[in-house]
Ligand binder design. Sequence first.
Ligand SMILES: Cc1cc2nc3c(=O)[nH]c(=O)nc-3n(C[C@H](O)[C@H](O)[C@H](O)COP(=O)(O)OP(=O)(O)OC[C@H]3O[C@@H](n4cnc5c(N)ncnc54)[C@H](O)[C@@H]3O)c2cc1C
Length: 498
Amino acid sequence: MNINKINTSTDCDVILIGAGIMSATLGVILKELNPELRIDIYERLDRLAGESSDVWNNAGTGHSALCELNYTPLEEDGTVDISKAIKIIESFEISKQFWAYLVGHGYFCSPQDFINQVPHMSFVEGQEDVEYLRKRFETLQKCHLFEGMEFSNDFEKIKSWIPLMMKDRNPEEPIAATRTPHGTDLNFGTLTRNLCTHLKDKYEVDVFLNHEVETLEQQNDSTWKLRVEDKTTGKERYVTSQFVFIGAGGGSLQLLEKSDIPEAEGFGGFPVSGQWLVCNNEEVIAQHGTKVYGKAKVGTPPMSVPHLDSRIINGKKELLFGPFAGFSTKFLKEGSYLDLPASISFDNILPMLNVGIHNLPLTKYLIQQVMLSMEEKVDVLREFIPTAKHEDWELAIAGQRVQVIRKDKEEGGVLEFGTEVVTAKDGTIAALLGASPGASTSVVVMLEVMEECFPELMQSTEWKEKLGEMIPSYGKSLKDDKELTKRVRDFTFGVFWA
Ligand SMILES: Cc1cc2nc3c(=O)[nH]c(=O)nc-3n(C[C@H](O)[C@H](O)[C@H](O)COP(=O)(O)OP(=O)(O)OC[C@H]3O[C@@H](n4cnc5c(N)ncnc54)[C@H](O)[C@@H]3O)c2cc1C
């Protein structure tokens, strides 16, 4: 569709449902491209970024595949496949360029409020995994995007990187680690609030908090009519728009189903809740300054990868371990226990049943995780910090992930661990389903939404030039251009940390 053609018969041109990182990112990109667009944001909570984008609800990893071993699987022929890792690091470089553009223009106050340098490490034990990590490192070294990564299987060297994790460890045990100094820790909550504040202050975008979108219906002229409840007064009203983005996180699936677009058929959702162990001992927190990702146990899902994260949250150093998975039928942390049963319909019951039948290891894993006591969780933590003491750690509830279930001709239904953009054929509505790699790739995912919905505008010289100004590597391949990679990295580093 051509969003640039202002339709004065609708209340707005764009409605963004949900005030998380995705809607906020799309809103800012669109306004930077066309300041005339009339954009409204509706958020059911009384605050911005209150669900998955909140700083305590996610791990804050700037996912660049520097440490996440699930992005570099070992193939049957013994090679390590790094194609997904390359895609993810390129996506994150695009996000960084966009945020640096906004910081550089003075739209956000201090970049350290949302982005900080924290080294990223992978850590493995046992000869087989040591060999895998070495091979992974050697393969990644062939691509300049992973420059700066170091590998070691030397006890003393690794101890100098992560002393807290090496206390009371047997020096005879085979271990290995990789370390990249320029990894990042993100506060996606602050970033989302910065983006929304920028939309309100510079562009006078209305952000309606405590407003829940209940239904959405396409009109004969292709525009959309939404019923919205003001949760403070209980009053309902209708708003119309040319384009709607469903950026409701876990709430997206139900809204997509209500849109009745054929493209929504067959999708289902499987909620997985999460928990962290949060360190409350300042002395312990001070001893660790790295994000360390381990290896998921065989047969467990990608979101089960254990990691020990040194984080900077609201200017203070913190230490988190997890996530531990849990099961809840809610699709949002502040949602309803009826979310899962209410999402089951004639269209998706078969894919959902098939996924249940074919994913018994996942069910087993979730049951095991739910049954873990606090002491058992600390035992899992001791695989990272052998000297961990129960009294130094508290349990905190993380965000809710809704994994996508998709109709599949062969299997009946498949469970996806990534994100899925669903758009109507006419480009008037788009929704984002799924959770991973998430916020780090928000800019690329929103550009994908725009390419699907506004293909002609995305090809126009005006938009291309502006996108190139915001994201210098836009439309170019970083993996094929070492010089360009250096240039954009120097630029983002200079803006964030010089
Ligand atoms: C445990 C965990 C760890 C993670 N770790 C990382 C990480 O390390 N790095 C990373 O990049 N990503 C990570 N992610 C993923 C990342 O948090 C998400 O991808 C991202 O925050 C999703 O943003 P969003 O805007 O789509 O959704 P959200 O932030 O969930 O925002 C959706 C908003 O929509 C609102 N809403 C819902 N329904 C309605 C309605 N009907 N009307 C109005 N408003 C509505 C909600 O209240 C919410 O505010 C993690 C996620 C989890 C759960």
